[in-house]
Design a protein around this ligand. Structure first.
Ligand SMILES: [Zn+2]
Length: 446
C-alpha cells in the first residue's frame, strides 16, 4: 500500500522540484539567514504569503505523517489525496534549510487546486483569506473521503480500524447562555469551526484578545429565564389561580428544579400549560422577573492550529476600503476548552500582512523560524518534525544528541523571517508584534 503512495509522492516531488531556481547570490554559513521564497510573476503575493504561513506549522507535519502512515485495512480503497501530497512536497521544500537565495513558483500548487475544483483561480481576486479557506476545505474534503471507508464497515469491523488522526484545523465550539440571576445555563449549542473569523472594529486601536472576547461573549437583557420563572411560580404558588393540569405541570417543574435538571431555555417555555399559567396571573408578567444572560463560548474539541482572520473590509455605498485599526496581538494566546481544566496555550507561528487599498495592495508573510542548533562538530540541526514514511525510520528530527549543541543566537534575536515573495529578511519578534495595523491573518499553534 505504502508503495503506491510513495510513487505518487515521488512523481509530485519531481514535478515540483523542477521549478526551483537557485540564484547566484551571497552564501550564508548560518542555515537561518535565508529560506525559500516564491516568484511573483503577476499578483502572486496573496498565494505566496498564504503558502508561506503554513510552513512553520509542526502540527501540520505531524498530521501529514500520521496520514501517509495510516494503516488502511487491505479491503479499503485508498483515496489518493492529491492536495495532501502536493502540500507535503511544497512545505517540505520551504522547510528545507538553505544557505543562499532560492525561489520557486506557487502556481504548480494553484493549478492543482484549479484541477481539483475544475475552475480557475483568478489572480485578480488575490485574497489570501479566500485561498486559505479553499486550502483548508480541500484538505478536509480529502481527509473525509480518505476515511469514508469506515462508515461502510460493519460495527464489528469498525472496532479493528485504527483511529483517524485529528484534522489539525478542526474544532467544535460550544456556546451556552448563563442566567446572571439563577446562574443556571442553557442547553449547549455546538458548531464546527476551521478558522476564527473576526470583524475588525472601526476604531484606531484594539487588542486581539478583546476582539475575541467580544465576538464570543454576548449580553442579552430582558431574557425570560425558565428557571427563574419556575422559582417565582413556586414562591407565589398560593396566590396563583391554577387549573388542575397547571398544578400538576408545576409540581413536575418543581421536581426537575430540585433535581437540578431544569435548564434556562428548555422546550417547556413553549408548553401551553406554562404559557397559560403566566397569561392568567398578572403577578408573573412583571418585567422585573426578566433577567440578564451571558453567552459563554469555549472549545468542546480544541484545534491544533487556529488561523485567525481579521476582516478589514468596509463597504459603504459602492465604495470599499480597508480598515487600518491597529490590532495588538500577543506571541501566546490562551483558549478555554471543555476537555482541559487549564486553558490551552497557542503560540504565534505566522502572520500574513496586507498593506495598501482593498483593490490593490501587497501581501507579505512573517514566518517563525525553526529552532536551529549548532553541534560541537559544527553541524547545524533543527527541530522540524519531518514528514516521513515510518519505514524510513527518520520520523524524529535530527536532534538525536541532546547534549553539546548550542541554540543559534540569530534564531533567538531574530526568530522570524519576513517573506515578501522572493525577498527574505530576518526580523525580531517585536517587529512582528508591532505590525498590528497590517495584520490580516494570524496563525497560532498548540
Ligand atoms: Zn435564571
Amino acid at each position: 500500500m505504502a508503495n503506491g503512495i510513495l510513487s505518487i509522492y515521488s512523481i509530485i516531488s519531481r514535478i515540483f522540484s523542477k521549478n526551483i531556481h537557485v540564484e547566484d547570490s551571497k552564501k550564508s554559513k548560518r542555515p537561518d539567514k535565508y529560506t525559500t521564497g516564491f516568484n511573483n510573476t503577476a499578483n502572486d503575493c496573496f498565494a505566496n504569503s498564504t503558502i508561506q504561513s503554513l510552513a512553520p506549522l509542526w502540527r501540520l507535519n505531524e498530521y501529514f505523517t500520521a496520514m501517509i502512515n495510516y494503516p488502511l485495512p487491505s479491503e479499503a480503497i485508498r483515496y489518493p489525496m492529491p492536495l495532501h501530497l502536493a502540500m507535503i512536497d511544497m512545505l517540505g521544500t520551504l522547510q528545507q534549510p538553505i544557505h543562499s537565495n532560492k525561489t520557486l513558483s506557487v502556481w504548480n500548487l494553484l493549478h492543482l487546486l484549479e484541477q481539483i475544483h475544475q475552475g480557475r483561480i483568478s489572480r485578480n481576486q488575490h485574497d489570501a483569506h479566500e485561498l486559505m479557506v479553499m486550502i483548508i476545505d480541500t484538505l478536509e474534503d480529502e481527509y473525509l473521503k480518505f476515511f469514508s471507508f469506515i462508515s461502510k464497515l460493519s460495527e464489528d469491523m469498525k472496532k479493528d480500524v485504527a483511529k483517524p488522526p485529528h484534522f489539525p484545523f478542526s474544532s467544535i465550539v460550544e456556546s451556552k447562555l448563563r442566567c446572571m440571576k439563577c446562574k443556571q445555563t442553557s442547553l449547549p449549542v455546538k458548531n464546527p469551526m476551521m478558522m476564527l473569523e473576526l470583524i475588525t472594529p472601526q476604531i484606531s486601536a484594539t487588542s486581539l484578545e478583546k476582539m475575541i472576547s467580544n465576538s464570543r461573549s454576548e449580553v442579552i437583557e430582558g431574557y425570560s429565564c425558565l428557571v427563574c420563572m419556575v422559582k417565582v411560580m413556586i414562591l407565589y404558588q398560593s396566590k396563583l389561580t391554577l387549573t388542575l393540569e397547571q398544578t400538576e405541570f408545576m409540581s413536575r417543574m418543581k421536581e426537575k428544579l430540585i433535581a437540578g435538571e431544569l435548564l434556562i431555555n428548555e422546550d417547556y417555555s413553549e408548553d401551553p400549560l406554562y404559557k397559560g399559567i403566566i397569561s392568567s396571573n398578572s403577578i408573573l408578567q412583571d418585567d422585573n422577573l426578566k433577567s440578564v444572560v451571558f453567552r459563554e463560548t469555549s472549545f468542546d474539541v480544541p484545534p491544533d492550529i487556529i488561523p485567525i482572520h481579521l476582516s478589514r473590509s468596509i463597504f459603504a455605498d459602492t465604495q470599499s476600503w480597508r480598515n487600518a485599526c491597529d490590532v495588538k496581538f500577543p506571541n501566546k494566546i490562551e483558549f478555554k476548552s471543555m476537555t482541559s481544566l487549564v486553558p490551552i496555550v497557542y503560540k504565534l507561528k505566522s502572520l500574513v500582512r496586507h498593506k495598501g487599498t482593498h483593490s490593490s495592495g501587497h501581501y507579505e508573510c512573517y514566518r517563525k523560524k525553526p529552532q536551529f542548533f549548532k553541534s560541537e562538530d559544527g553541524e547545524y540541526l533543527d527541530d522540524i518534525p519531518k514528514v516521513t514514511f515510518k519505514k524510513e525510520e527518520q520520523v524524529t528530527s535530527e536532534l538525536k544528541n541532546p547534549k553539546k549543541k548550542k541554540k543559534l543566537g540569530s534564531v533567538l534575536s531574530k526568530p522570524f523571517w519576513r517573506v515578501s515573495d522572493s525577498k527574505i529578511t530576518e526580523v525580531s519578534e517585536d517587529s512582528v508584534l508591532s505590525d498590528g495595523k497590517a495584520a490580516y491573518m494570524i496563525i497560532y499553534e498548540r
